[in-house]
Design a protein around this ligand. Structure first.
Ligand SMILES: Nc1nc2c(ncn2[C@@H]2O[C@H](COP(=O)(O)OP(=O)(O)OP(=O)(O)O)[C@@H](O)[C@H]2O)c(=O)[nH]1
Ligand SMILES: [Mg+2]
Length: 306
């Protein structure tokens, strides 16, 4: 998908244009997608308080006058619960570490866990890794950050360690400088106004999934996947038909809510975000279907786009 306001890139006047891929990894909920969105300047990757919100490799592109950073957002690496879907998500995160120029490992300034250490152990020893220590807005006493940063410095020979707040935009310019300085000299790989490699169909399905993650309890979001069945553009109007698949009839009832009220809220919020992101009116219809075992096997996951 492209942004609406273009930026021009001049390859001739800037002698050292830098461009490359940057994998963004970390345990669930550290703020990887929030960070990628903040660096890209658009909400292209969905976020929520619940772990494992991100289920795909999602590219977010940030083009400046003399750099283009191609961020690869990944599912949170998870070590505790094993399922076919979780194994698939971990594989996506692990694969994203290959063939990138820089790795950003996102850590949480408020707590360092065994899961963080497991992520650091996955880092290829020769990789150029920048640590983004996120959520510093939650730390009132900044002096308390120093021992945490020292502890992080002992985990891996990081190229840089940058405390940031992805949500508030604090120190993101500093983080970006540390990242792009390590990208190779290369022309831009994407047009300057591309924001992501994903199309509107994918983004539409993800926005519905985001609302489900944000508005429901702990069971249903993990039993849910979303597919776009119809997507037609009619002048400035996008007509989008989405199917939400759940594993059981009881989950369907929870998702719909009393008289369909919960689903109505989900659909309204998703539509509003789509209209903002796509820059035009959206007519959205959402259906809920029970599909037992959609997440049970690799073959079934593949059918649903994983
Ligand atoms: N206070 C604070 N909250 C943040 C910050 N960055 C992210 N969050 C919150 O942390 C939660 C998780 O953020 P995400 O960006 O979805 O995290 P993620 O690492 O992509 O999570 P998964 O995709 O599930 O692995 C959300 O509720 C965010 O709003 C930050 O800088 N400060
Ligand atoms: Mg995420």
């Amino acid at each position: 998908m492209r942004g609406r306001s273009g930026m021009s890139v001049s390859g001739t006047e800037a002698p050292a244009f830098r461009c490359g891929h940057v994998a963004v990894v970390g345990r669930p909920s550290v703020g990887k997608s929030t960070l990628v969105n903040a660096l890209v300047g658009e909400r292209i990757s969905i976020t929520s308080k619940k772990p494992q919100t991100t289920r795909h490799r999602i590219v977010g592109i940030a083009t400046r006058a003399d750099t283009q950073a191609i961020y690869v957002d990944t599912p949170g690496f998870q070590t505790r619960h094993h399922s076919v879907l979780n194994d698939r998500l971990n594989r996506i995160a692990r694969d994203a570490l290959a063939d990138v120029d820089v790795v950003v490992v996102v850590l949480d300034a408020t707590r360092l866990t065994a899961a963080d250490r497991a992520v650091v152990r996955l880092l290829p020893p020769a990789a150029t890794v920048v640590a983004a220590v996120n959520k510093i807005d939650l730390i009132a006493d900044k002096a308390a950050l120093l021992p945490r940063l020292a502890e992080i410095a002992g985990l891996f020979p990081f190229a840089a360690i940058v405390p940031v707040s992805a949500e508030q935009g604090t120190q993101l310019d500093h983080l970006e400088r540390e990242i792009v300085a390590r990208l190779p000299v290369s022309p831009a790989l994407y047009p300057a106004d591309d924001l992501t490699d994903r199309d509107e169909r994918f983004l539409a399905a993800e926005l519905v999934r985001e609302k489900i993650f944000r508005l429901l309890g702990d069971e249903v979001p993990y039993a849910t996947t979303v597919a776009v069945e119809t997507f037609t553009v009619d002048g400035g109007l996008r007509r989008i038909g989405v199917v939400v698949y759940v594993a059981k009839a009881s989950q369907r009832a929870i998702l719909l809510g009393e008289g369909g009220a919960r689903m109505k809220t989900i659909a309204t919020r998703a539509r509003q975000d789509m209209e903002r992101l796509f820059g035009g009116k959206v007519f959205l219809e959402v259906f809920v279907r029970v599909q037992r075992g959609w997440a049970a096997t690799d073959a079934s996951l593949a059918r649903f786009g994983y």
